[in-house]
Design a protein around this ligand. Structure first.
Ligand SMILES: [Fe+2]
Ligand SMILES: [Fe+2]
Length: 304
């Protein structure tokens, strides 16, 4: 017998090709809308309707349709120039990709990046502004959206070739995918982690690497960033303490560090002003943890 999955209310209008079911008083699931129909958003806001479900058998195709509808939504919001709505839709896309753990959602991410690249190329500062808008998403989603926007801003500022920009943006979007495999409380905790919790936390680069590597859609450069973004060139990083790190992983590692300090405050530490965050990272550059050149390039894109 097939199982049924509740559809989030905010996403009901995004489905057309998937039948919806509702739970009857007799305890069964009955058809609410058939394939090919879309429930009108306006009507949904006025009419009381039951909780709606999809059949588990339709899950993969439903996620595909959901991601493609969200990408279309993103396109529209960008062309309307409403940054708050762009941030909102991007956060939903990232949330779905990080939490569903399903290939159908990850496969839609290259389109998401293409939309962001195509529409935002002319407005080079838009990505930086995008990071300054808060939303109600989880810490991991907020962090991921910020890193992706900062990375695109960096690439646009330095006129990176399209192929590098695309790879780096994908890497930014997926760098912490491994965190989605860990206990949510551990990831969202604002407190200093215990030794035991920290040992668990530092498994996320390897977990993310394996998930991305197993998906043929992504280049090895992208999975390597997930694996190496907490490594440091003086060997003081984790998980292995290796000193040879790809330049992509060095860049995302540095942006990751900056975002944690300047946008959210690291765990148990307060949020820093951008120049304070850069000063703190500069100390790490001077002690040999980060590349001077990458730091210089990053600083120049923020202070243009
Ligand atoms: Fe990480
Ligand atoms: Fe991160």
């Amino acid at each position: 017998m097939s199982e049924f999955i509740l559809v989030k209310k905010s996403q009901i209008a995004l489905f057309k090709d998937i039948p919806f079911y509702y739970h009857t008083a007799a305890g069964n699931y009955a058809l609410y809308k058939k394939k090919g129909e879309r429930l009108d958003e306006d009507r949904l806001s006025k009419v009381k309707y039951p909780d709606l479900y999809i059949s588990d058998a339709d899950k993969d195709i439903a996620l595909k349709e959901l991601m493609s509808s969200l990408n279309n939504d993103l396109k529209t919001k960008i062309s309307e120039g409403k940054l708050k709505d762009v941030r909102e839709t991007l956060s939903i896309i990232v949330d779905e990709a990080l939490t569903s753990g399903n290939e159908s959602t990850m496969d839609a991410l290259p389109d998401t990046i293409d939309i962001l690249m195509g529409r935002y190329n002319k407005n080079k500062g838009a990505m930086e502004y995008l990071t300054q808008i808060a939303s109600n998403s989880s810490i991991l989603v907020e962090h991921t959206v910020n890193i992706t926007a900062l990375t695109l801003h960096f690439c646009f500022h330095h006129h990176f070739p399209e192929s590098d920009t695309r790879q780096l943006a994908m890497a930014a979007l997926l760098h912490d995918l491994g965190c989605s495999q860990l206990d949510k409380d551990l990831i969202e905790s604002k407190k200093r982690l215990t030794d035991g919790q920290f040992s668990t936390y530092i498994t996320h680069p390897q977990l993310g690497f394996e998930l991305i590597r197993d998906n043929a859609e992504f280049d090895v450069a992208v999975s390597t960033v997930a694996l190496e973004h907490h490594e440091r060139i003086d060997g003081s990083g984790y998980p292995t303490g290796q000193r040879r790190i790809t330049s992509y992983a060095q860049l995302i590692g540095l942006i990751d560090c900056y975002e944690s300090l300047a946008y959210r405050g690291k765990k148990f530490r307060k949020r820093r002003k951008p120049y304070e965050a850069l000063n703190l990272i500069k100390d790490e550059v001077m002690s040999g943890r980060f590349s001077k050149e990458i730091f210089r390039q990053f600083t120049s894109c923020l202070t243009r």
